[in-house]
Design a protein around this ligand. Structure first.
Ligand code: AMP
Length: 410
C-alpha cells in the first residue's frame, strides 16, 4: 500500500532532536520563571478576525500565509500564525485589562504559516514567547532584552542584537504621508515591484526589502528613527544608555520595522549569520495599542517570540551524554523478580528493562547502543546468591550489590 508522507513544510521531532527540544523548553522556562513569567496555554485555533485585526491585513502573515478555513459551524477560524494575539485575547477575556493588571506570561508551541518551505522556514514551526502587560516603563523593555540575552547565552548561541525605534502609529502615519510616500512616488521607477505594492499597502515595509538596488534608493530617505519626536528619541537613547551600562552589545538598525503591524517604539531582533537567509532568531518589541485594538482597555505591553526550530539548529548536541540504567536477564526465570523489584519502587534515574533473555555480550552491546550509563545483567542464580553486578559503561567500573533495590548511583 502507498505510504502516507508528512505534510510539506512540517517536521517530526524524534530521537536527538526531540531530546534537544525538551531540554530547550526546560532551560528556557526556568530562566523566564526567574523573571516572574508564568506559563499560559492558549488554543491553536482562533477566529481569523483576531489575526486580521492584530497582525494587520497588509502584513504577509495575514495577506498570504494564514491557514484559515470555515469549520462545520460556518465559523471562519485560523491555525495560529503567532502567539501574541491569542495571549492578548485571553488577557482581555479574563478582564485583567479592566484592573490594569500586571501580568507576565510565557508560552510555547506550534505556529502555522503557509510559506514557501526552506531550511529554517517551515509551515508548522515552534515559537517560545513572552508577553508582559501593564508596564510602560522602558525598564521593562531592557529587562526583556537582558532576559533574552541570558537565554541565548545559556544555550551557547552567539547573536547580534539589533534595535530600532519606530514611534507610535500617529507618528508613523505622519511620517508615511509627509516623508516616505512622496519619496516613493518620486523614486517609483527605481524600486522593485514588491516595493511598488508596499507603497500602497504598508509603506514602511519597504525597508525590509532584500533587493540591494532598493536599499541603495532608501539610503536617501530620512528614516523613522531620525524623524522621531524629542520625547521618543530621548526614550530610545535612555534604553541604549542602560544597555551600555549593562554591557549588552547592540547595533541600531534603522531598517528594522518588523513584519507585524502592532508594534510601536522599541522593536528588536536577535540575529545570526550562521543560518543563511533565515537568520532572525528572536523578534519583538513594544505593542502599547494592541490590547485596545482588540477591544480591551488601553494597556501597555512588550513581548518577543523566538523561533525554536532555528535555535535548535544552532544548539550543540548536548544530549549525547550517557544516562540511565539498562537491566537485562540471562534466563527467563530472572525476569519476574527483576521486574517486580524495579516497578514496585520509584525510579531514581531513567530505567530500561529488556524482557528477552540474551547473552551477556548481547545485552552489553544493546545498552551501549542505547547510550545507557549503567548496565545490570542478572541471572536467577545471581538473584539467589545476592550477587547483583552493575557496570558503569563510561568508566567500566563494576559495583556489586546484594539486591536490585540496593543499587545506588553517583
Ligand atoms: P515573527 O512572529 O515573524 O516575529 O517570528 C519570530 C521568530 O519566529 C522569527 O525570528 C523566527 O525565528 C521564527 N519564525 C518565524 N516564522 C518562521 C517559520 N516559518 N519557520 C521557522 N521559524 C519561524
Amino acid at each position: 500500500m502507498k505510504k502516507i508522507a508528512k505534510i510539506k513544510g512540517m517536521n517530526d521531532f524524534e530521537g536527538e532532536l526531540s531530546l534537544k527540544l525538551s531540554n530547550f523548553i526546560e532551560t528556557v522556562s526556568q530562566i523566564v520563571q526567574k523573571y516572574g513569567y508564568t506559563y499560559i496555554k492558549t488554543p491553536h485555533v482562533e477566529e481569523t478576525a483576531l489575526y486580521k485585526r492584530s497582525v494587520g491585513d497588509s502584513s504577509d502573515v495575514v495577506n498570504k500565509e494564514m491557514y484559515n478555513f470555515i469549520d462545520k459551524g460556518e465559523n471562519d477560524i485560523c491555525l495560529r500564525p503567532e502567539g501574541t494575539a491569542g495571549v492578548v485575547r485571553s488577557y482581555i477575556e479574563s478582564g485583567y485589562d479592566k484592573q490594569n493588571n500586571k501580568k507576565r506570561y510565557y508560552y510555547y508551541g506550534e505556529m502555522y504559516r503557509y510559506e514557501r518551505p526552506q531550511k529554517g522556514r517551515y509551515r508548522e514551526f515552534l515559537q517560545f514567547g513572552c508577553e508582559s502587560f501593564g508596564s510602560g516603563s522602558s525598564y521593562e523593555d531592557t529587562t526583556m532584552l537582558v532576559m533574552v540575552c541570558e537565554i541565548l547565552d545559556s544555550l551557547g548561541i552567539s547573536y547580534t542584537l539589533e534595535l530600532n525605534s519606530i514611534g507610535d502609529s500617529a507618528f508613523r502615519t505622519n511620517y508615511i504621508n509627509d516623508i516616505l510616500k512622496p519619496f516613493l512616488v518620486e523614486n517609483i521607477d527605481h524600486i522593485c515591484s514588491d516595493c511598488k505594492t508596499r507603497k500602497d499597502t504598508n509603506p514602511i515595509r519597504v525597508f525590509d526589502c532584500k533587493n540591494s538596488s532598493c536599499q541603495e534608493v532608501y539610503k536617501k530617505v530620512t528614516k523613522l528613527t531620525d524623524a522621531l519626536d524629542s520625547s521618543s528619541k530621548l526614550e530610545f537613547e535612555t534604553i541604549l544608555k542602560r544597555l551600555d551600562r549593562l554591557n549588552i552589545r547592540y547595533i541600531i538598525n534603522k531598517n528594522l520595522v518588523r513584519g507585524l503591524d502592532y508594534y510601536n517604539s522599541l522593536v528588536f531582533e536577535f540575529t545570526t549569520d550562521e543560518l543563511g537567509a533565515q537568520g532572525t532568531l528572536v523578534g519583538g518589541g513594544r505593542y502599547d495599542s494592541l490590547v485596545s485594538t482588540l477591544g480591551g482597555n488601553s494597556t501597555q505591553a512588550v513581548g518577543f517570540a523566538m523561533g525554536i526550530d532555528r535555535l535548535l539548529q544552532l544548539m550543540e548536541d548536548g544530549c549525547n551524554a550517557r544516562d540511565g540504567i539498562y537491566f537485562g536477564c540471562l534466563d527467563s526465570d530472572a525476569l519476574e523478580p527483576i521486574y517486580d523489584t524495579i516497578y514496585s519502587n520509584k525510579q531514581e534515574i531513567k530505567t530500561y528493562l529488556e524482557y528477552k533473555p540474551k547473552s551477556h555480550t548481547k545485552h552489553i552491546s544493546t545498552a551501549d547502543k542505547l547510550n545507557f550509563k549503567y548496565c545490570c545483567i542478572v541471572s536467577s542464580d545471581d538473584i539467589t546468591a545476592s550477587n547483583i553486578r552493575v557496570k558503569n559503561l563510561l568508566t567500566k567500573d563494576e559495583q556489586t550489590y546484594s539486591s536490585i533495590s540496593e543499587i545506588r548511583y553517583d
